[in-house]
Design a protein around this ligand. Structure first.
Ligand code: ATP
Ligand code: MG
Length: 330
């Protein structure tokens, strides 16, 4: 960010916070939407119109309000149970069950799943369509809660958390990559990658730099202003991976990340995930393709909502220098 722009930002930020404090002192509340109105935005940006753009201002306001919200939450919410010890286990599930209650019937998607995953493991989840792979990954990714059973994420028991706590843990610890990319279609690559940082209240000056950095890492430094429909499928998935990486999460979860790509582009995405793994991340990836699973180090095979097998791949044996014992029976 240029110095002039940085100075403008500092001053505008000061004005916004001063205004919020003044009004709070009079027991009045100003909402984020008020600051995004033309009138107040004009007032706050007065004198900096040529230096600071309206969209930068909007991001700044969003960032400030997320910071305030976060602080308020920290004051009011009971602290999340802190991890115990310095165990190498990052994911541990015990007797996980998931029942979807439908009108006419209930679907038992997971029927008692237990396993643990250590730091920097590279795991794939396979199984027939409907066997529960996405259900499991969504629970691991704190996008959904189990009906029963326990889930410890980095030692924190997350199975009893409410949606807001889950969202906070997800933002802090997990990057999620979907088969259909799930990008905001009207937003640039840069903005898409910045989103998790906006949600966790990272100041906008840092956000931009972190998003650039993540896009550079996935080889898209030249495409930061492109919107999803101006990118190829592989490039879109790279943006999604950059978005997953931008918070430096320990765990990357990917649900068929190459499912919508041709095989060459898919291979490039797998190479990228390999690199992410080599850099220290733990990866859990759902896939239908045996050759994709072979690239990982361990395959958990689901059948009708339970674990059928849980084995090291050839690569996993090589890495661990272990003979292949089905982990279910260890
Ligand atoms: N939101 C939901 N409501 C009701 N039933 C659901 C829901 N999501 C999944 N299911 C059911 O749960 C079971 C497991 O679904 P899941 O999506 O986890 O399978 P999957 O292994 O990911 O399949 P695929 O390979 O086709 O993606 C299926 O029988 C499915 O119909
Ligand atoms: Mg699925």
């Amino acid at each position: 960010m240029k110095e002039q722009q940085q100075n403008a930002q500092t001053e505008i930020r000061r004005r916004i916070i001063t205004r919020i404090k003044e009004l709070a002192a009079q027991k009045k509340l100003l909402k984020q939407s008020d600051f995004l109105s033309e009138q107040l935005a004009g007032e706050m940006m007065y004198g900096f119109e040529g230096v600071y753009t309206r969209s930068e201002y909007d991001d700044l306001v969003t960032g400030i309000f997320s910071e305030l919200l976060q602080k308020k939450r920290e004051r009011t919410e009971k602290p999340i149970e802190q991890p115990q010890g310095d165990s190498n286990i990052v994911i541990e599930v015990k007797n996980l069950e998931k029942v979807y209650e439908m009108q006419a019937e209930s679907v038992h998607a997971l029927r008692g799943i237990s396993f643990s995953i250590e730091r920097n493991e590279y795991v794939s989840v396979m199984g027939a369509s409907g066997s529960g792979k996405s259900t499991l990954l969504n629970i691991l990714g704190c996008l959904d809660s189990p009906s029963s059973g326990d889930y410890y994420l980095g030692g924190e028991n997350v199975s009893g958390m409410n949606d807001r706590q889950l969202a906070e843990v997800r933002n802090r610890k997990i990057g999620f990559v979907f088969q259909t990319f799930n990008l905001l279609s009207r937003a640039s690559s840069l903005h898409n990658v910045e989103l998790p940082l906006i949600y966790n209240g990272t100041p906008s000056s840092m956000r931009r730099e972190m998003a650039y950095d993540a896009l550079n890492k996935v080889g898209l430094g030249e495409r930061v202003q492109h919107k999803p429909n101006e990118l190829s499928g592989g490039q879109r998935q790279r943006v999604a991976i950059a978005r997953a990486l931008v918070n430096n999460p320990q765990i990357i979860l990917a649900d068929e990340p190459t499912g919508n790509l041709d095989s060459k582009t898919g291979d490039e995405i797998l190479d990228l995930l390999d690199e992410v793994h080599r850099n220290g991340n733990t990866i859990v990836m759902v896939t239908h393709e045996a050759y994709v699973a072979d690239k990982t180090h361990r395959v958990i095979y689901l059948k009708d909502g339970i674990i059928d097998t849980d084995r090291l791949t050839y690569n996993g044996e090589k890495k661990n220098n272990k003979t292949n014992v089905d982990r279910k029976y260890r």
